[in-house]
Design a protein around this ligand. Structure first.
Ligand code: DAH
Length: 403
């Protein structure tokens, strides 16, 4: 029987020892071996195998001994050339030898697997005491922040939030708000009209716009039920306009209060409380200028006192005035359009630009940047997601009106 030449790198010494042990055994297997389990050959083989430290070398040895052309396999193949008696004796011995060798290899294999796993676990251990890596945290958009603040303030005054569609019927956006077709007030709104609907080629009367203000929610709310009504309607509004203080899409919040005996004094008290709470100031000068809106009579614009310097507007002091919102007593025609008897009920309404509030409160100079989706901008002007606005826990959580 030819001794197999092996090409195994690493562990050569141990491998040599193991094979030498087997070789000796091969010779002795020819003789009758009484107790193979305790034979010094197997013990020597075992010792050599136990010294092997990596599974790759172990597998190479297994192949060289038990593989197709392995030492023991070859010995088995050569049994054919022996006499019947010798074959019987040798066959038996070889089978015992084979299973002993397999056992030794198996044992070492599981030892190695275990220690390799241990090593891997140590190497890949996670140190939970290390500081966390800085993660990019999302920020709350200033408009969302203002939305939360406005809802928190009016929520505490007992208002609930009402909603209406962005794509609005001409009737709700204009007609029901006392702005009849061809009324010049329609030109105050640079309206986006939607293509007229056609019914079998014939134009139908109802036309749609994307709402130019949140005021149509007044009518939709009145239609839903009789007073008392106390709602705010924050939402998106659209006008064809674009400069540093105007964008085609912007945000407003509408307010509507209707009940018996509602007067302008209620309007003034409510809005005064609102601006103080919103700008987080104990005192703030306000004034009302007469104005015109088709849906209110009388109508007014509310200004707040401020100090305008070159780079900053400081709210709450100084000799300057800043227009902040439109308001008035709900026009009888509007109450009628909403199905409410103006002889029984009165109310006040107001409309505020929420983006404008954000610009003033947080000192953001250009409205267009609000909607450019630039994360650097958001990182600078945005708010921490967990700083919720509330009247008790703090509104803006940055405690100031200018940066
Ligand atoms: N809808 C008006 C606008 O967009 C704002 C407004 C003014 C709303 C007076 C009101 C109001 O409810 O009473 O310009």
């Amino acid at each position: 029987m030819e001794n197999k030449k092996l090409d195994i790198t690493g562990n050569e010494e141990n491998l040599d020892k193991a094979l030498r042990a087997l070789e000796v055994y091969r010779e002795s297997a020819k003789k009758v071996v009484e107790n193979i389990y305790n034979s010094p050959e197997i013990k020597a083989f075992q010792k050599a195998i136990q010294a092997i430290r990596d599974s790759k070398s172990l597998e190479d040895i297994r192949v060289s001994v038990l593989g197709k052309k392995g030492t023991i396999t070859e010995m088995m193949k050569n049994l054919g050339s022996l006499s019947v008696e010798e074959k019987k004796e040798m066959g038996k011995n070889l089978n015992i030898l084979k299973s002993e060798v397999e056992k030794v290899l198996e044992e070492q294999k599981s030892v190695l697997e275990e220690s390799e796993l241990d090593a891997k676990l140590i190497e890949e251990r996670i140190d939970v005491t290390l500081p966390v890596r800085p993660e990019n945290q999302g920020r709350i958009h200033p408009v969302s922040k203002i939305y939360e603040e406005v809802v928190a303030i009016f929520g505490q005054m007992g208002f609930s939030v009402a909603e209406g569609p962005d794509i609005e019927e001409d009737f709700y956006n204009f007609t029901a708000l006392n702005i009849p077709a061809n009324h010049p007030a329609r030109q105050m709104h640079d309206t986006f009209y939607l293509p007229k609907e056609k019914d079998g080629g014939k134009e139908i009367d109802d036309s749609y716009v994307i709402r130019t203000h949140t005021s149509p929610v007044q009518i939709r709310t009145m239609e839903k039920g009789q007073p008392p009504i106390r709602i705010i309607a924050p939402g998106r509004t659209y006008r064809s306009d674009y400069d540093a203080t105007h964008t085609p899409m912007f945000h407003q919040v509408e307010g509507l209060v209707i009940d018996k005996n509602i007067t302008m004094a209620h309007l003034k008290g409510c809005l005064y409380d609102f601006v103080k709470a919103f700008f987080e100031l104990d005192e703030i000068p306000v004034r009302y200028r007469p104005s015109f809106f088709p849906f209110t009579e009388p109508s007014a614009e509310m200004d707040i006192g401020c100090l305008k310097t070159k780079n900053e507007i400081k709210i709450g002091g100084g000799d300057d005035w800043l227009e902040i919102l439109g308001c008035g007593m709900v026009h009888p025609n509007v109450l009628r359009a909403g199905g409410i008897d103006p002889d029984e009920y009165q109310g006040f309404a107001f409309g505020v630009g929420m983006d404008r509030l954000a610009m003033l409160k947080y000192g953001i100079p250009d409205l267009r940047t609000f909607f450019e989706s630039d994360v650097r901008w958001l990182k600078n002007y945005g708010f921490a997601p967990l700083d919720e606005s509330s009247m008790t826990g703090g509104l803006s959580n940055n405690g100031g009106i200018t940066r």
